[in-house]
Design a binder for this molecule. Structure first.
Ligand SMILES: [Mg+2]
Length: 208
C-alpha cells in the first residue's frame, strides 16, 4: 500500500492512551518492596486483591506509600516491561497516535519523561495529573485506553471510548461492551489493532 493509504488508515484508527504504572512500569512490585523494607512485612503482588493499596495492605503502609508516591524522583528508576515498550514502539511505527497518560502527580512529569526517554518509549503527548484520563475521555475523540485499574471501566468507557484492561490479581470485573480484559501482550496488540513487535525489536530493548 502507498504511504498515503497507510497514513489515511492510521488517521482513521483510534487514539491510544497508554497508562504507565502497572502497564509499562512495575510500580506495584517496587512499592511493595518499599513497604516490606519499612514495615518488616512480606507482601507480594499476587496477594494484592484490591486496586487500592489501603484496602490490600492496610491504612498505615498505604499512607506511607502515598507520601513515597508524591516524592516524584523514584518514578525515574522503575523497572520497565520490555514487551509493553515494544508494543508502543510498534504502534508508533504503524503511524498510530499514542498519548502516555497517567494519574501520577504532575510533579512526576519530568521524571517520567526521563524514564520514557531512557527506555526508548515514543509518544505524541505526555499528560500527567490525577483525573487526566477522564478529561481525555470527555474529548469526544475515538480513544482506546490501555490500563490496569478496573475502576477506569466506570469512568472511561463511553460512546467513543473503549478500555483494554490488563488483568492483574486485583481485577474483579468481567468484559462487557467497550471493555476487553487481556492476559498477554499479544492480546493487547489484537485489542489495540497493532501488529506484534518483531523479535529484533524485543532484543534491542534495553536491559534493565
Ligand atoms: Mg496503572
Amino acid at each position: 500500500m502507498s504511504t498515503a493509504i497507510w497514513k489515511a488508515l492510521a488517521e482513521a484508527a483510534p487514539l491510544l492512551s497508554v497508562d504507565l504504572d502497572g502497564v509499562l512500569a512495575h510500580l506495584t512490585e517496587v512499592s511493595l518492596a518499599v513497604v516490606n523494607s519499612h514495615f518488616g512485612t512480606d507482601f507480594t503482588s499476587d496477594q494484592i486483591r484490591h486496586y487500592w493499596l489501603s484496602e490490600a495492605i492496610g491504612v498505615e503502609p498505604a499512607a506511607y506509600l502515598d507520601t513515597w508516591f508524591k516524592s516524584g524522583s523514584h518514578y525515574a528508576d522503575l523497572p520497565a516491561d520490555p514487551v509493553g515498550v515494544a508494543v508502543v514502539r510498534q504502534a508508533k511505527r504503524e503511524g498510530r497516535e499514542v498519548w502516555i497518560a497517567s494519574d501520577r502527580p504532575a510533579d512526576a512529569l519530568p521524571f517520567s519523561a526521563q524514564w520514557l526517554r531512557r527506555h526508548g518509549v515514543p509518544y505524541d503527548r505526555l499528560l500527567m495529573r490525577p483525573g487526566i484520563k477522564d478529561e481525555i475521555a470527555k474529548s469526544e475523540r475515538h480513544v482506546v485506553f490501555l490500563d490496569d485499574d478496573p475502576f477506569k471501566a466506570q469512568d472511561l468507557i463511553g460512546p467513543t471510548t473503549e478500555l483494554v484492561l490488563i488483568r492483574r490479581p486485583w481485577t474483579n470485573i468481567a468484559e462487557r461492551d467497550g471493555l476487553r480484559i487481556v492476559d498477554t501482550w499479544g492480546q493487547v496488540c489484537d485489542a489495540l489493532g497493532v501488529g506484534y513487535p518483531s523479535l529484533s525489536d524485543l532484543v534491542n530493548t534495553r536491559i534493565d
